[in-house]
Ligand binder design. Sequence first.
Ligand SMILES: Cc1cc2nc3c(=O)[nH]c(=O)nc-3n(C[C@H](O)[C@H](O)[C@H](O)COP(=O)(O)O)c2cc1C
Length: 352
Amino acid sequence: MSFLALIKNQLPIIQAPMAGGITPPMLVAAVSNAGAVGSFGFAYSKAEKIDADLSEVRLFTKRPINANFFIFSKPRLPTAQDWQIATEALVSLPFSRGTLYQAGSQPFYPDLDKQLEPIWAHKPEILTFHFGVPPKNVLEKAKSLGIYVGVTATCAEEAESIQSSGADFIVAQGIEAGGHRGTFSEEGVGDQKHPTFDLLQMLRERCTLPIISAGGIMNGADIVKHTNQGATGVQMGTSFVCCDESGADPVHKKYVLEERERHTVYTKAFSGRWAQSIQTEFTSLMKDKFVLPFPLQNTLTGSLRSYAAIKKNGEYQSLWAGKGFRKARALPAAKLISEFVLEMKAALSKFD
Ligand SMILES: Cc1cc2nc3c(=O)[nH]c(=O)nc-3n(C[C@H](O)[C@H](O)[C@H](O)COP(=O)(O)O)c2cc1C
């Protein structure tokens, strides 16, 4: 079977992987049982947790699931002065008083080979990567086990390198997308900031691999707009943040549902890489401040984010959300997906 054949047996919807506890087994199982593809965001998870989550999800679904990882690159090591300036920027925040900032230690990010050990044992149907193409041995191992591999692209050049790597499909991430921008360049150098629909059309001309559109897709009409233009499916993150089964912090859900006067902003201040979040006091006060490289800044801001979560203060939490967040709905995942299906049918009937 090919990736295309697998998706043809499903709804053309992948619930986006969302690292940081947002995608517990109950969400992934609910989405997959509803006929879409549920995804785990395992980027920061240890092998034991990955193993436990994959064991648990199989108690509830035998349908296709996806496991997602980041391709971390060795960060440029900051000087003592860099650490000091980055820490001082956080210490100067009004909410920051009393927070102890920790620098983290080498190698600063998880070992991908260790993270993938439970993947090879449990064999989820799909494996996806963000921030770059995985090493050749990973692609070969996945192929030998019949696991389909997808990689995020934000431009034609990245898509072409995904295609030549031997991966099975491309996740075309547009500028509307919530969460981390999947550029291969850590600094986001030369980011072309394509809207999702433009990117889909560009990649359709340049690539033969199946394309999954991601970014700003919030309802059935949006899904049909992309599949009618040749997308094999769509990947939706922000839409699933407020699902009953989502593990997103209640304050994160509340902001997505209630703070609809706000805008979203791209910020590097949480993690060191560009990511789209709801605008907050933190994103405004940290604008133009010096930050450490990814993921060192993520470790540095960890205690502030945890303290904000304890205090239920959304202004200092990373509230990842895409530009379409005002259309998010608070529903059980199966109900949300059934609403998408009705909306898709209504949109398709206009083409009959
Ligand atoms: C809360 C949140 C967390 C995310 N975490 C990840 C992640 O761990 N891995 C990944 O590949 N993409 C991640 N993304 C990006 C999604 O894969 C996808 O590109 C995006 O959600 C699509 O745009 P939308 O949010 O407008 O639906 C995240 C998105 C959100 C909203």
